[in-house]
Design a protein around this ligand. Sequence first.
Ligand SMILES: Cc1ncc(COP(=O)(O)O)c(C=O)c1O
Length: 391
Amino acid sequence: MESPDDLCPKPEHLAIGFTRPHSPPIYLSSVWECDDPAQADAMLGGRTPGYVYARDGHPNADMLAEKCRKLHGTERAAVTSSGMSALALVLLSQLAPGDHVIVSNQLYGRTATLFTGEAARWGVTHTLVDPTDLAQVTAAVTRNTRLLVVETISNPLLRIADLAALADLADASGAMLLADNTFAGPAVCRPAALGAQWVMESLTKSMNGHSDVVLGLICGRESHWARVPSALSTWGLNAGPMECWLALRGLGTLAIRAERACDNAQAVAESLVGASGVAAVHYPGLAAHPDHALAKRQFADRFGSMVTFTLSGGEAAAAAFIQAAEQIAFCPSLGELATTLSHPASTSHRALTPAAREALGITGGTIRLSVGIESREAVVAAVRQGLSAIG
Ligand SMILES: Cc1ncc(COP(=O)(O)O)c(C=O)c1O
């Protein structure tokens, strides 16, 4: 019989027996036992596989990264603590003082801050461009350009970047294309197949799909991977086991969630066209969208689950819509099971001046919907209920 005083120091080993669990276990252990110093040295040096310390790697992160790697068809993939840390990992592992980055002027606000403000503190310069204007991107290339940062589908007006053309341009300039694929997701677009060297996803959004984790993914090529594991561990950008486990579970239903959400988004966009009080509808699946032809070529027959529209009544109409649309939560995120909405002027783009917002086509009346997997009738009715307040 053991004394209660002796229980702590000894690890308990559960005899699993002769069967294995069908659902992946959650490995919460922060540290792993090594057989001997030679094995520890080989594992820490990356010469043999295995786990030593969870900041360097753990099975739940590896299971999730491997699924995502296959999904994006890349040579390497890593999971990080957030979408932002996945982007920071590219900055920290690939760029050095004196490098130059071409940055889309239609990025998620914090991504823009990372590659302009934060990067500048490390001696990395940048030029902002409209990524849909290839001549402008070409003109921005300098001798020191190392990276081109774009989003597959931009926020909030859902413009599409021509990833194949941008990847060719990056290649010809000795630079790399980094595509933030968060608004599209792999069910709609796989940027690596179009030539992007780096593909980033905020797993927080549709890939997990349940609004219960914050996680990121970076996929890349073997040739540029050497510094990634060390930068990930040294800067402490690793993801926790519980979040990875949840995201792996969420990912299992991505295909059917994406199919339903994209079909719903198309129906919602069509229902908004010509509706009273609606000045413009932005959805790549509409023939009138400026990038519809490109989206048809570049995407897997789907156009995403985001729909943005502008109310002619401006801020007051947006407030009335948000109040009246009782079935649609005002949540400034995206990609969850239920339809949610955001108001870019007061959330994602509030740091911009009104003039800068206007230049991007964002007004007080702009509303961004993240369309969910409810029945099509329910989503269209929920939007109609909102519109009833402004008709
Ligand atoms: C397009 C895009 N990229 C990156 C991010 C950052 O991801 P995370 O919130 O997981 O850090 C977001 C978050 O909203 C986003 O919308």
